[in-house]
Design a protein around this ligand. Structure first.
Ligand code: PLP
Length: 389
């Protein structure tokens, strides 16, 4: 008997035709010969060698997101921040300067203002709704502009058309974090941007059980450079998370459609309940309503923010009065979640800096899910009632 428990049978495709993509948690792949291995490393033949450098579950998922974005050659990373970091590390070097939106995702802000300077890369944060401030920040050594279409958490809508035109005129690539907008509302590369980034963790995977990022570029040279950083720095995605996200992605469009309907109705309900301010790009009282309509069509998103009076005491009272509503610092889940800027995403900022961006201690952000709208209305009615009592 020569069978050994440590020896795997050669995996053979075609024995069974599973409906689902097989999960392949294999770090390493067998090759037929040194010549075959060389051909794969040279790119002359398709295949996998070592999973930090790519694997089937990542390829399958990336090609599905590629199809949604209308692009090719997208890359998976182990988190959304992995995709942001790999992009910045690949496209910038010491001495360069990057311009970022002043309401980027919290960790992206930290990357620009604290991590990149350690590597000799300077950054300037600007208001991306104001093209003059973007243009004024350009220096001779500016090599990248990083923006989110809809800002976090005040949901301002960037002047994407003008930013992309400016990037083209000044030969500066524009990278767009499309996490909040998703390819259903906006396709950055079709609009002329160089790079699209996603935290797949959020709406695309949609169930808060997989952490992943995605990045694709119009320029093959940029994509290859980012791929090199992913493989060398180890920003690799796990096969299991890719497999889970593929399952979640199948229902993404349905989830996003329903969540957006809920967001629009909930925003109106919060205004009716007497919230001090309601932020939703689909409402006519939103400062960027017209731009949102032109840019995103009917897809105003599933994020709604609102503000109440009464500072931290009122914020605590509201959350405690709605115990069935998950108070959790994330977004894009299949279920609605409520988060509070001052105690989570924007806790690193001083109260003054938060106030400058329009966030008091009574500022909340909702990521709507697919629940029955009546349940959501009821929960918030209950919360607001406690504030009046
Ligand atoms: C969550 C998020 C990220 C980071 O993604 P992770 O998967 O949590 O690393 C980046 N950008 C935006 C807009 C996000 O919401």
């Amino acid at each position: 008997m020569t069978d050994d428990i440590a020896r795997r049978p050669a995996y053979s495709e075609g024995q069974a035709r599973a409906l689902n993509t097989p999960l392949q948690p294999s770090v390493v792949y067998r090759a037929d010969s040194p010549d075959a291995l060389n051909a794969m490393y040279d790119g002359a033949a398709h295949g996998y060698t070592y999973s930090r450098e790519g694997h089937a579950n990542a390829s399958v998922l990336a090609s599905k997101i590629d199809a949604l974005e209308g692009v090719s050659g997208g890359l998976m990373t182990g988190s959304g921040m992995g995709a942001v970091s790999a992009t910045l590390m690949a496209l910038l070097q010491s001495g360069d300067h990057v311009i970022g939106g002043d309401q980027l995702y919290g960790r992206s802000l930290r990357l620009l203002t604290q991590e990149l300077p350690r590597m000799g890369i300077a950054s300037t944060l600007v208001d991306p709704t104001d093209i003059a401030s973007v243009e004024a920040a350009i220096r001779p050594e500016t090599r990248l502009i990083l923006v989110e279409v809809v800002s976090n958490p005040t949901l301002r809508v960037a002047d994407m058309e003008a930013i992309i035109a400016l990037g083209k005129a000044r030969n500066i690539p524009v990278a767009v974090d499309n996490t909040f907008t998703t390819p259903m509302a906006y396709q950055p590369l079709a609009a002329g941007a160089d790079t699209v980034i996603h935290s797949v963790t959020k709406l695309l995977a949609g169930h808060s059980d997989a952490m992943l990022g995605y990045v694709a570029c119009a320029s093959k040279e940029h994509a290859d450079a980012i791929d090199g950083v992913i493989q060398t720095h180890g920003f690799t995605a796990s096969p299991y998370d890719c497999w889970m996200a593929e399952r979640g992605l199948m229902s993404f469009k349905l989830r996003f459609e329903r969540a957006q309907e809920n967001a629009a109705k909930l925003a109106d309900h919060l205004a009716d309940l007497g919230a001090k301010r309601v932020f939703y790009p689909g409402r006519t009282d939103h400062p960027d309503h017209n731009r949102a309509g032109a840019l995103l069509g009917p897809n105003f998103g599933n994020m709604v923010s609102f503000e109440i009076d009464g500072g931290m005491a009122a914020a605590n009272a509201l959350v405690k009065a709605m115990p069935s509503m998950p108070f959790a610092p994330t977004l894009g889940d299949i279920g609605t979640t409520l988060s509070h800027a001052a105690s989570s995403s924007h806790r690193a900022m001083t109260p003054e800096a938060r106030a400058a961006l329009g966030m008091s201690d009574g500022f909340f952000r909702i990521s709507t899910g697919i629940e029955d709208i009546d349940l959501l209305r009821e929960e918030f009615s209950q919360g607001f009632k406690a504030l009046q009592g």
